[in-house]
Design a protein around this ligand. Structure first.
Ligand SMILES: N[C@@H](CCC(=O)N[C@@H](CS)C(=O)NCC(=O)O)C(=O)O
Length: 290
């Protein structure tokens, strides 16, 4: 005879999951106002289009910063075709559910890019990792040519895409944003976040950059997430809680990548001036950041 199922406590104490989940009340916590269980546009809204070949619709969150860092690196390296207009998508106001945005990204999340370099054939690109790869291939930059190093860059790029949701959506959410502090959830994701920092620390003990000797889009993807938390720029006092100072090889890499002028410029785009006077809400030419 099978054992009787273990009776587990609930939070709230009287909660029993129904047979079929339904959307009855907002989940609470930060971002509850934009969470929905359905995809698609909620309203008609045409996206603005500027003069530059690349139109970026984004916000200066870590996922948004990855792309503006690469664009600033490309421009600093002399790729004039990487000039871009960066438009502010206010995700707390639901801009990502406008019809124009969902045409570019049916997943309704920033960043989304429209490459209008060939106006006859504009190309949409969504998912930050896909945008980094698209731009690196388009300009032949920041992705090593050597097949082994290129593969390493892609290993770490896709590692970041798969891992950061545990750092942000898992650890960051339950540590800083959830409406209730749940020890089980915080422990589970702190454990995973620390494991990921250790993965990075061990890698950077032996490699200057993610792909080896060459700085690449993999570094640009990892830095805004793992660097920002370690620099005390995300999730309250998460850097202390996770003791990120202990990852010394990782911190050496943070110092090197974070001091690059293009990284500093890219991290200022699509952010509110109220939070820091060096931030800019939109970017339409280099002068906006100079
Ligand atoms: N895997 C996606 C994740 C993008 C993402 O989660 N974007 C967030 C901001 S960082 C967003 O737009 N959230 C709006 C929403 O969930 O409605 C990527 O890397 O591009």
């Amino acid at each position: 005879m099978a054992d009787a199922p273990e009776k587990k406590p609930s939070l709230p104490a009287d909660y029993v999951p129904p047979k079929v989940w339904s959307w009855e009340s907002p989940s609470g916590g930060a971002f509850a106002s934009i969470n929905r269980p359905i995809a698609g546009a909620t309203h008609d809204k045409v996206l603005p289009v500027g003069q530059q070949p690349l139109q970026l619709y984004s916000l200066g969150t870590p996922n948004g910063q990855k792309v503006t860092i690469l664009l600033e690196e490309l421009l600093a390296a002399g790729h004039a075709g990487a000039e871009y207009d960066a438009w502010y998508i206010d995700i707390l106001e639901g801009d990502q559910f406008g019809s124009g945005f969902t045409e570019l990204n049916p997943n309704s999340k920033i960043p989304a890019l429209l490459d209008r370099s060939n106006p006859e054939k504009p190309q949409r690109v969504f998912e930050s990792g896909a945008i980094l790869l698209y731009l690196a291939e388009k300009f032949g930059a920041f992705l090593p040519e050597d097949p082994a190093a290129r593969t390493e860059a892609l290993n770490w790029l896709f590692w970041q895409m798969g891992s950061a949701p545990f750092l942000g959506g898992g650890f960051g959410h339950f540590y800083a944003y959830a409406p209730v502090k749940i020890e089980y959830a915080i422990d589970r994701y702190a454990m995973e976040a620390k494991r990921q920092y250790d993965v990075l620390d061990r890698h950077f003990a032996e490699h200057r950059f993610a792909a080896g000797n060459e700085y690449s889009i993999a570094d640009m993807a990892i830095f805004p997430w793992y660097g920002a938390v370690a620099l005390g720029q995300a999730y309250g006092d998460a850097a202390t809680f996770l003791a990120t100072k202990d990852y010394k090889h990782f911190n050496r890499w943070v110092e090197e990548v974070g001091s690059r002028p293009a990284v500093k410029r890219g991290r200022r785009v699509n952010r509110k001036k109220e939070n820091d006077p060096s931030f800019i809400r939109e970017r339409h030419s280099a002068a906006d950041l100079d």
